[in-house]
Design a binder for this molecule. Structure first.
Ligand SMILES: [Fe+2]
Ligand SMILES: [Fe+2]
Length: 298
């Protein structure tokens, strides 16, 4: 394994891609940064921007000790560009080029396809933050609120990860695409996000739990697929993103489980055995099972 897990903190963007000696990309990212912060403040979590939140921040790509936990105001979160270490001798695992050494630069013939894949992945990251922006004010508990913001800042980092790839490997087209990622908006009529699921609203916590349980699971599969890419920087980027993604699915599964458990507990306590006794069940302050089922089916 090559020694490229070293993380630099001397630029505004913590990274393990030697940004301080890659002036062109560093400049492009620094130029993109203020627009990102404006976007985060406008379309990120509503009402909690000035609060200190206990958050996990990725600071390294080592298996042990890749993150630190501390109180931070979300707009001051250190979104870093971190790629999993390069594996020496890695070869393309499938397809027409199976067995050939992986590409460190974008091959001309796959340029537009790769750019599109990266843009689509990148587009989902800010979209989910936009979808979830109002949930802070209705959080069922401090625990849930912290999990929400944790997921949000990490999706923000995933956006940074895709923007880095665009700016580093796709020239002026890539820079333009990076700017567009901040212009589209979830649910917008004129400039919606690219995938349908990311234009739906997430108006309540049951929807959020379903989103993180199912949409993030789907996202994980996408990332697993991109992690196999013959374009090595994309593979390494996605491999590291998967470390954070595991927690997002945990948030969803754990949330759905707690909702169902509470409903069953309250039904038992009240002696209700018919799950369709909906109004009675709702009077207990819990969500009836048919509604939960409906959300799962969505
Ligand atoms: Fe993500
Ligand atoms: Fe996620």
């Amino acid at each position: 394994m090559l020694n490229n897990s070293q993380v630099e903190y001397d630029t505004i963007i913590p990274n393990n891609v030697s940004l301080s000696s890659d002036k062109k990309v560093l400049k492009a990212l620094e130029r993109w940064h203020p627009g990102y912060i404006d976007w985060w403040k406008d379309l990120g979590p509503v009402g909690f921007q000035d609060m200190l939140v206990y958050l996990r921040t990725a600071i390294n790509v080592d298996k042990d000790g890749w993150a630190t936990f501390d109180y931070v105001k979300m707009p001051e979160y250190r979104w870093g560009i971190l790629l999993a270490p390069q594996k020496e001798g890695r070869t393309i695992p499938f397809g027409d080029h199976i067995g050939e050494p992986v590409w460190q630069e974008v091959p001309g013939e796959y340029r537009s396809m790769l750019r599109r894949l990266i843009v689509i992945q990148g587009d989902t990251e800010p979209a989910s933050i936009e979808q979830q922006r109002f949930l802070g004010s209705t959080a069922p508990s401090l625990y849930d609120m912290r999990n929400l913001f944790q997921v949000n800042v990490e999706e923000g980092r995933h956006l940074w990860a895709m923007v880095y790839l665009l700016q580093k490997y796709f020239g002026s087209d890539g820079r333009e695409e990076a700017n567009e990622l901040l212009k589209r908006q979830s649910g917008s009529e004129d400039a919606p996000r690219m995938l349908g699921a990311f234009n739906e609203s997430t108006p309540d916590w049951l929807s959020f739990f379903m989103f993180t349980a199912f949409t993030d699971r789907d996202g994980k599969m996408q990332l697993e697929a991109l992690a196999q890419s013959g374009f090595d920087p994309l593979s390494r980027t996605c491999r590291f993103m998967l470390t954070e993604e595991a927690h997002h699915m945990f948030v969803g599964e754990n949330g759905v489980r707690r909702v169902i458990k509470k409903t069953c507990e309250m039904m038992n306590k009240a002696g209700i055995s018919n799950p369709y006794d909906i109004s009675k069940i709702r009077e207990l302050g819990v969500i009836d099972l048919p509604t939960i089922q409906k959300k799962i089916n969505l």
